[in-house]
Design a protein around this ligand. Structure first.
Ligand SMILES: [Zn+2]
Length: 74
C-alpha cells in the first residue's frame, strides 16, 4: 500500500478507506495468501457480506492496525 490516502474498494465509491478486508479464494490462492479490499465505514458490511457468503472472508481489520501489522512483519 502506498502512503496516499487509500480509497474504498466498493464500486463507484471515492470515500477514504478505514477498514481492510482480508480474503482468500481457496480455488485460486495458496492458503496463506491474502487478498485485500479496502472499505469505508459505509461499505464495510456490504463488502464483508459479499466475501462472507462465498466463504472467502478471513479477517476485517482497521486500516491503521493492518498497516502496523505490515510494518512489524519481519
Ligand atoms: Zn465506500
Amino acid at each position: 500500500m502506498s502512503d496516499e490516502t487509500p480509497i474504498c474498494s466498493a464500486k463507484g465509491c471515492r470515500a477514504a478507506a478505514v477498514w481492510v478486508l482480508a480474503w482468500n479464494n481457496p480455488k485460486i490462492h495458496a492458503p496463506e495468501r491474502r487478498k485485500t479490499w479496502l472499505a469505508c465505514e459505509e461499505h464495510r458490511e456490504h463488502l464483508a457480506q459479499f466475501l462472507g457468503v462465498r466463504g472467502f472472508l478471513k479477517d476485517v481489520v482497521p486500516l491503521e492496525e493492518w498497516r502496523a501489522r505490515e510494518e512489524s512483519r519481519p
